[in-house]
Write a protein that binds this ligand. Structure first.
Ligand code: HEC
Ligand code: HEC
Ligand code: HEC
Ligand code: HEC
Length: 405
């Protein structure tokens, strides 16, 4: 693809050092703090684009090599980024790539002199607008962690300008301020209605925290206002959906097909490989005592969510487990698709009602709640993976069991 810079994360390193090195050899890997055996990578490079010297530095997030069983080591990303940036000398534009999440973005923005943009590959959900860091001098960008979107940053540079016009970043801040103000109003109403001193104290404290938040956010917004009357550089950000409308790349498609075929071979592992869950019983265990709920659930697509993965050869893909397997990545649930107990396939009862092993054994001692918070649904119907189809008014009635238990 002719990439000018690529910084790996845990998912890339999990391929194993040999495969990782082989696959990434033709790429410009930038990873100033990564060592795998004898191999190290450069931390930065300069490319000429549009008559500008563009400096790119890349560092791996501190925890990203944890899955390599010691085959790779990661040193302090902030120190490595500073050193890499210094080694590039004078550049017109400085961009940092990293896989360390929002907190590393903030640290890099503060620590690396001359930085303009931070591209965070670890960010989970995509955020359409840049986040201002270091008082609006640096901007953090992310296109989501699922590879479904392509972020496009467009720059408009003006002769003699030394600062960025933060215009493109105000929307995100304005949204957060509106939300914080709404919370303040809610907290004020709750405080007015509080019955006893104990809850009054608690609510007053909460109100104070929220008010402080509003002040901080408004200060951030104010910091984005142009500091000079002189010329400023401008930028804009766009996220392009990598949907079916974008044609596939046949060689990449062939690679994906070959890898999926390999993954399917792994499926032959014995099911007992993973310890049975300490908290989840599986939907079959609920059937005898809640026959009506079970019958209704069986008719919903939730009961076939695992078959949907099998149909597209993805039953062994870790990326799909969290929403198509019951209790996936819960501390006491399955930690992935490997050796999954068949009882926890699909979006089972416990995906919505929570772990029910103890309840199944002694319902009276371990009661369960019927209520399912809206956030439970949206943890999977996240507006991203589901193509934005979720509408509670339409979807919720379809999962209710009819009140018959
Ligand atoms: C041995 C019988 C038994 C098993 C097995 C069992 N339950 Fe229950 N469950 C009960 C009883 C009894 C109650 C309380 C009475 C009631 O409200 O239906 C209850 C209540 C509930 C409630 C709250 C209902 C309400 O209206 O408040 C939920 C939700 C629930 N169970 C879910 C499950 C799930 C999920 C499983 C499987 C993991 C399960 N139960 C397994 C007997 C059982
Ligand atoms: C653990 C993840 C998860 C949770 C929690 C979850 N869902 Fe789902 N839901 C899915 C998946 C995955 C599918 C698609 C299943 C398939 O077709 O393979 C789905 C499908 C559906 C469908 C069927 C859509 C269609 O094709 O007609 C409805 C309706 C639905 N969910 C409603 C809800 C509601 C309402 C909640 C909350 C009360 C909820 N879901 C909670 C993962 C989840
Ligand atoms: C964040 C949660 C989430 C993850 C992760 C997830 N899915 Fe889903 N998936 C859903 C939901 C929700 C639906 C139901 C969407 C609807 O019908 O509204 C769904 C539906 C599906 C369907 C049913 C038909 C369709 O195309 O809508 C298939 C197939 C599917 N997912 C495959 C996958 C695969 C393959 C992966 C992993 C690469 C994956 N999913 C990862 C939440 C998720
Ligand atoms: C997609 C999410 C979802 C799944 C999966 C699910 N439930 Fe529910 N369940 C609900 C919702 C929503 C309610 C209604 C809660 C309320 O009244 O606020 C409910 C209510 C219940 C109740 C209370 C009585 C009733 O029917 O309203 C029981 C018992 C129950 N569920 C058991 C089960 C069992 C057993 C399974 C699996 C066979 C299951 N549920 C699967 C969402 C789910």
């Amino acid at each position: 693809m002719g990439l000018d810079g690529f910084t790996p994360g845990a998912g890339d390193l999990a391929l194993g050092v040999e495969t990782f090195t082989q696959i990434t050899t033709p790429l410009n890997v930038l990873a100033g703090n990564l060592t795998c055996g004898e191999t190290t990578w450069p931390g930065g490079r300069v490319v000429q684009r549009g008559g500008l010297n563009v400096g790119i530095v890349g560092v791996v997030g501190a925890d990203e090599a944890a899955g390599t069983q010691g085959a790779c080591a990661v040193s302090d990303p902030v120190a490595a980024a500073k050193a890499a940036a210094a080694s590039l000398g004078d550049v017109d534009l400085l961009i940092a790539l990293h896989t360390g999440g929002a907190s590393l973005s903030a640290k890099l923005a503060e620590a690396v002199p001359g930085l303009d943009f931070v591209l965070d590959g670890k960010v989970g959900a995509s955020f359409p607008e840049p986040r201002p860091l270091a008082g609006g001098q640096v901007f953090e960008l992310g296109a989501g962690g699922q590879g479904k979107k392509l972020g496009v940053l467009s720059l408009e540079l003006t002769e003699g300008a030394t600062a960025w016009d933060g215009e493109a970043a105000t929307g995100e801040l304005e949204r957060r301020i509106t939300l914080a103000k709404k919370r303040v109003t809610e907290a004020e109403a709750a405080l007015a209605g509080a019955a006893d001193t104990k809850s009054k104290d608690r609510l007053a404290q909460r109100l104070q925290t929220l008010q402080k938040q509003v002040v901080e956010l408004e200060a951030q917004l104010a910091a984005l206002a142009p500091k000079t009357s002189g010329p400023t550089n401008r930028f804009s950000v766009e996220l392009l959906e990598l949907s079916a409308k974008v044609p596939d790349h046949p060689p990449t498609q062939a690679l994906v097909a070959a890898t999926l075929a390999q993954l399917n071979g792994v499926a032959a592992q014995p099911a007992a490989a993973q310890a049975p869950s300490r908290a989840f019983a599986g939907s079959e265990a609920c059937r005898a005592c809640h026959p009506a709920a079970f019958t209704q659930w069986s008719t919903t697509p939730h009961a076939r969510a695992y078959a949907s993965l099998e149909a597209v050869s993805r039953a062994n893909d870790r990326d799909c487990a969290s929403c198509h397997i019951t209790g996936a990545f819960h501390p006491d649930g399955p930690q992935g698709p490997e050796g999954l107990s068949p009882t926890l396939q699909n979006v089972g009862c416990e995906s919505c009602h929570g772990p029910g092993l103890q309840h199944s054994a002694a319902p009276a001692d371990h009661p369960m709640r019927a209520e399912v918070a809206p956030e439970v649904c949206t943890s999977c119907h996240d507006g991203d993976r589901d193509g934005g189809r979720f509408d509670p008014a339409v979807y919720r009635p379809k999962v209710l069991h009819g009140g018959g238990g």
